[in-house]
Design a protein around this ligand. Structure first.
Ligand code: TXA
Ligand code: MG
Length: 323
């Protein structure tokens, strides 16, 4: 694996060629780092599953550089999905649409739907544009972590998670710390009305404003599989417990106004909800880096981004059989 910290246009061209040749490229987006592969190359995509240790029936998001690419990957696109795409792409939103023939089972986990996203990070967009100019159709990219673990928001975290599993010709591109820090909002656009499958920085309120109606925050009836909706997700090695004060020797994450309990190790003290989202995963990782057994997190209540933070933290605090 090669780690590239100065992503000049030459480096981006090299990375796009590596993708075309069937290698893996980890790259930054505004949400979290992704582990990219040519979304039309079955063996490259299967390598992504191997490197992550992820079950193969879990679908991957296809990343594209422009709205014109949607119709390559999806059919029967509802008007509200076009509206969402126009309002929030490039950005932290994934649309689940009826797949075209280009979206094979090895991308969709055998489902009839495909997840599409145009990220806004300039390095991600440059890579996708370069890849498409070499004849590529889209880059499949799950978060660049081992299955069940915390998503990486820095290139160092990608290296810690996956570095030893990557091949010599695979790349990790450094583009700094991700500015949002939580995975994209996933919106099911396969029905008459949209519904949110995974909350994120494009909030329920923003989606309702865009489509001009109230929508469901979660559909229990949906048959779509969202791996992040399983338990055992977003978990550091340390045990995470919510809304309790930390004891001596434990890690503590809370808003700046909340004092650190005596003897606890303060891992983060964000001043607002946006900062909480941005630094949460790296703070959990910091707890693992110093081998804490337990991290106590007091999360902010509220709508919008606070809901996405709560969603991830509840999953990361679920009991696990082993880790
Ligand atoms: O912010 C993000 O979305 C990041 C960056 C790299 O783009 N990617 C990401 O990928 O979080 P991943 O694979 O870790 O999570 C993608 C989520 C999963 O919960 C997956 O089940 C869902 O999106 N998803 C992807 N394709 C789908 C499909 N065809 N149908 C239903 N859900 C899908
Ligand atoms: Mg993930």
């Amino acid at each position: 694996m090669e780690f590239i910290s100065n992503c000049t246009t030459d480096a981006i061209l090299k990375a796009a060629k590596a993708l075309k040749d069937g290698h893996l490229v980890a790259f930054p987006t505004e949400t979290v780092y992704g582990l990219g592969a040519d979304a039309t190359n079955e063996s490259a995509v299967s390598q992504v599953y191997t490197v992550k240790g992820r079950p193969t029936d879990h679908p991957l998001i296809v990343h594209i550089s422009s709205i014109n690419q949607i119709s390559r990957w999806a059919t029967d696109i509802p008007d509200y999905a076009i509206k969402l795409a126009r309002d929030f792409w490039p950005g932290p939103m994934t649309l689940i649409l009826k797949r075209s023939d280009l979206a094979k089972n090895f991308i969709t986990g055998g489902q009839e739907n495909v997840g599409l996203r145009i990220p806004s990070h300039s390095l991600a967009l440059a890579l996708l544009t370069q890849f498409e100019s070499l004849g590529g159709e889209g880059v499949a990219a799950p978060s660049a972590n081992r299955f069940g673990a915390v998503s990486p928001t820095t290139s160092l975290a990608v290296d810690e998670e996956l570095g030893r599993n990557l091949n010599d010709e695979d790349l990790i591109l450094d583009g700094g710390a991700c500015i949002i820090g939580l995975e994209s909002t996933v919106i099911d656009c396969t029905r008459k009305f949209p519904s949110i499958l995974r909350p994120g920085a494009i909030t329920l309120e923003m989606v309702e404003e865009s489509v001009g109606r109230k929508i469901d925050a979660h559909t229990s009836t949906s048959s779509i599989k969202v791996s992040g909706s399983l338990i055992n997700h977003y978990s550091p090695k340390a045990r995470v417990r919510l809304n309790e004060l930390a004891k001596p020797g434990e890690g503590f994450i809370a808003m700046a106004g909340i004092r650190t309990p005596e003897g606890a190790l303060r891992l983060a003290s964000p001043v607002n909800v946006e900062e909480f989202a941005r630094i949460l995963y790296e703070a959990l990782r910091d707890g693992d880096r110093v081998n804490l057994n337990e991290i106590k997190v007091m999360y902010p209540e509220g709508d919008g981004l606070a809901k996405a933070i709560k969603d991830r933290l509840i999953k990361s605090s679920m009991e696990r059989e082993s880790h």
